[in-house]
Design a protein around this ligand. Sequence first.
Ligand code: ARG
Ligand code: ZN
Ligand code: CA
Length: 254
Amino acid sequence: RTGVITIPVVVHVVYNAAEENIDDQQIMSQLDVLNQDFRAANPDVSKVPDVWTSLVADTEIEFGLATKDPLGGPTNGIIRVKTAQSAFDTDDGVKSSATGGSDPWPTDQYLNMWVCQLGGGLLGYAQFPGGPPQTDGVVILHRAFGTSGTAAAPYNGGRTATHEIGHWLDLFHIWGDDDGACSNDDRVADTPNQADANVGAPDFPHVTCNNGPNGDMFMNYMDYTDDAAMFMFTMGQRERIDACLEGARSSFTV
Ligand code: ARG
Ligand code: ZN
Ligand code: CA
């Protein structure tokens, strides 16, 4: 792939309590973060440890609120739906009007982002490429969306969407989801094999799975650290993203 691609985004604000009907500014603040993080233009990229600065990737992906709806008419890319559901979970209920949510726009032309109340301490979840079209996209807790309005520390840096869109573009968790076994990894060569998720804001280095001296790349968006403690994708992750954009999500490159 050569050149920057822009992915059209539709944001479905599905609210029950009035505060969940987040304002346009909060949505814009999330788009701003995505457009920094995926271009390695985030101010905190300067915090990447020296040993890894050469791995920092500009994925050359940008995100823009849709300006045309599926029928070609004008839109601001924001859909607001009032729901009787006080909270949603990972069962995809928020993605269908039949279950109190909002139906997706064609998932081969738009990145659908649903913003709502989620139960169980969940910040968000994503569907990997190749899944059912009717549930494709990412879901983000309103309190972990953007940097203003209802966004709340330590998840008010907009990084939940960065992380979930990473999954949507075929990135796995950096620790390989093997519960500390060190046996499975993220299928990316330039991210160190790491035992388990990191949380909070670890001190560098944090060595696991014999990955010393530099240890875990816990400042990667695909770890579970706080928003303020994650600030990079790698070149190897970009390769997986590019493969996705040449494969399952090639409809976004035309
Ligand atoms: N799916 C993860 C969760 O719900 C998202 C973690 C995002 N991390 C963050 N710092 N925003 O826990
Ligand atoms: Zn995840
Ligand atoms: Ca790796």
